[in-house]
Design a protein around this ligand. Structure first.
Ligand code: TMP
Length: 302
């Protein structure tokens, strides 16, 4: 997408309010700032080669067709419930917890191995939006943390980052459902509190651990991590669902700029997206707009 196309695909309902937020964030400086991003269809593209790109759940092939089929059947049952506007939130939250628990159980029962994760990622059609690496690089230089917050699977997301970005970022952390493997590389359980689409909130922040540590070093003290992200009260939030706005609930943020990627159903959803997000990018836009925004905030700082 060219710059002129990007402008045509950008919707800002209140430019003045956005400009005020930029000033506040710039004045407070990079040490008060962090980025919180959803993963599927936010950092990754919604369509790849004209087809719906896969999610961290969707790409997983257990190497056990019966169990893959059982997970597919759960998807067919629960996915319409996830996107139904008619189910009250509390009821839906219970249903989502049910879906995630059943899926996690099937992954364990079906004997998922780390090897199967690697192969699934190798064979998958998943791609980052253009500009994601450059955004991460800029933020790394400025020592600004990026929290990837996902209801998907942390270990799969890590493997996707490893294979697609081909380098690690010490400022990038993943908060998602994390697996525990035995010595033979077989999944035995999941760590901590289950994260589904409707509970991306404060509690999950406890589980943050730096990606570079997860990739080989020691796991940082959770307490230290918690303090690290909690003190950064200015936020750039990136998401593709209205529910993603809750990712910063636990922070008591001072100033937040939110970017929403509206990938599908534009006519039906634009009205609610433009009200909820400070900036909306349409049509599977690249990440250049977010990069430009953070560059303008912090490149020229004294
Ligand atoms: P997120 O990555 O945007 O946080 O959301 C995770 C998505 O994963 C959610 O839209 C539903 C989907 N999902 C599957 O595709 N298969 C599954 O088994 C489960 C539990 C979720």
């Amino acid at each position: 997408m060219e710059q002129s196309d990007l402008s045509a695909n950008t919707v800002i309902d209140h430019p003045r309010a956005l400009s005020d937020k930029r000033t506040l964030i710039r004045d407070a400086g990079p040490s008060k700032f962090q980025v919180i991003a959803d993963f599927d269809a936010t950092l990754t593209r919604y369509r790849v080669n004209g087809r719906r790109g896969l999610t961290s759940h969707g790409l997983l092939q257990q190497g056990n067709t019966d169990y893959d089929a059982k997970r597919d059947a759960l998807y067919e049952h629960y996915r319409p419930l996830e996107i139904s506007p008619l189910i009250p939130i509390e009821e839906k939250s219970k249903l989502m917890e049910e879906w995630w628990s059943k899926t996690h159980d099937l992954l364990i029962e079906g004997g998922l191995t780390y090897d199967a994760i690697k192969k699934s990622v190798e064979n998958s059609s998943i791609a980052f939006r253009e500009g994601v690496i450059e955004l991460f690089e800029f933020l790394e230089k400025k020592e600004i943390p990026v929290l990837i917050f996902s209801a998907g699977l942390a270990d799969v997301i890590e493997e996707i980052l490893r294979q697609n970005l081909r380098r690690t970022f010490k400022n990038v952390k993943i908060v998602s459902n994390r697996m525990v493997f035995d010595d033979d590389g077989r999944l035995v359980s999941f760590k901590g509190k289950l994260i589904h689409v409707l509970n991306k909130n404060e509690h999950a922040l406890d589980m943050a651990a730096p990606l570079h540590d997860q990739l080989g070093g020691e796991i940082c003290e959770e307490v230290e991590e918690y303090a690290y992200v909690k003190q950064r009260t200015n936020v750039l939030l990136l998401g593709d669902h209205l529910g993603d706005l809750r990712m910063s609930d636990g922070l008591s943020y001072e100033t937040r700029i939110s970017i929403g990627f509206l990938n599908d159903n534009i006519e039906k959803s634009l009205e609610s997206y433009r009200k909820a997000f400070d900036l909306v990018y349409l049509n599977d836009a690249p990440m250049w707009g977010a990069l430009e925004l953070v560059s303008q905030l912090f490149s020229t700082e004294a």
